[in-house]
Design a protein around this ligand. Structure first.
Ligand code: MF3
Ligand code: CO
Ligand code: CO
Length: 287
């Protein structure tokens, strides 16, 4: 019931967790590599004076020139090849004519489709010189992703991944966004399971009530494909959705950072499909 052989499953979100075979790993390797190359390509273009819309144009052209598709163009009415989330934007920032200025930090998130397989990855970038606290947030977020990936292995559960991320981020005085999570992917963009980036948190309701949210103890099995994509806020974790229906910002307007990899579970650990071929997995990018 909970897991399905991907060969037997329909290419839609059914709620079952698909377990993939060796040929599927090949498909994800290609898709993940192209998405990562796209993020490598964009690094040299992130400069003060450039618009986020221009960066998106470069990304769209790169993906189409490679003979691939952008998974986000046309996705639930979204019209761009990337999400570019500046400063206090947590995720799903819409590329626009906004001009980057010195010290801006941003997440650039790209999802491509190659031969039907999805490669989904994002990294942080900065224009000019970032502030020290922004850099510390970015470093912590990257480290949290790495610790999450290190916890992803057969025998562990999704909650172990969330715990590793939450412990690291909160240990540095930052908070984990709860309203967005990682996801299964493969031939489907957003599939089961949800990959939350916490183990547990308490939500206060009214004066006297609380709800305890616990990440599920779903067992990790070889052949699972999913993303880990922690969003870490400098201040409080609460999110506000802007009127455009996409842009999610931190309610307290504090800075937010995110990194994302698409991974596949092997018998012993993970394969990261979206590692940077150029070694540009985290800033500073010497380009
Ligand atoms: N790439 C995002 C993710 O990590 C999803 C973007 S959907 C969009 O899941 F429509 F906003 F582009
Ligand atoms: Co994703
Ligand atoms: Co993404």
């Amino acid at each position: 019931m909970q897991y399905a052989d991907a060969d037997d499953a329909a290419d839609i979100k059914t709620g079952e967790i698909k377990l993939h075979g060796p040929g599927d790993f090949d498909g994800m390797r290609k898709a993940g590599r192209l998405a990562a190359e796209c993020l490598d390509m964009i690094a040299a273009h992130v400069q003060p004076g450039v618009t986020t819309g221009r960066l998106d144009d470069l990304i769209r052209e790169f993906v189409l020139d490679a003979g691939a598709l952008s998974a986000t163009i046309g996705y639930r009415g979204y019209r761009h090849a990337s999400c570019i989330s500046l400063n206090h934007v947590i995720c799903h920032g819409i590329p626009s004519d906004k001009v980057l200025k010195n010290g801006d930090i941003m997440n650039i998130d790209v999802t491509v489709i190659v031969d039907g397989w999805h490669g989904d990855t994002s990294r942080m970038y900065w224009a000019g010189e970032p502030k020290v606290k922004a850099r510390r947030l970015i470093d912590t977020t990257y480290e949290a992703l790495v610790k999450g990936i290190e916890s992803a292995k057969p025998g562990h559960t999704l909650r172990d991944i969330g715990r590793a991320i939450q412990t690291h981020a909160e240990g540095q005085g930052f908070s984990v966004v709860r309203d967005f999570c990682g996801h299964g992917l493969g031939r489907v963009f957003h599939d089961a399971p949800n990959v939350v980036h916490y183990a547990e948190y308490v939500e206060k309701i009214g004066f006297n009530n609380e709800i305890i949210h616990r990440a599920p103890e779903i067992e990790l099995k070889p052949g699972m494909f999913f993303t880990i994509e922690p969003m870490i806020n400098e201040g409080k974790p609460e999110v506000k959705l802007l009127k455009d229906g996409w842009t999610a910002v931190s309610r307290d307007k504090s800075l937010s950072a995110q990194f994302e990899h698409s991974i596949g579970l092997t018998e012993t650990g993970v394969e990261i499909f979206t590692k940077s071929p150029a070694g540009l997995d985290r800033p500073p990018y010497a380009v």
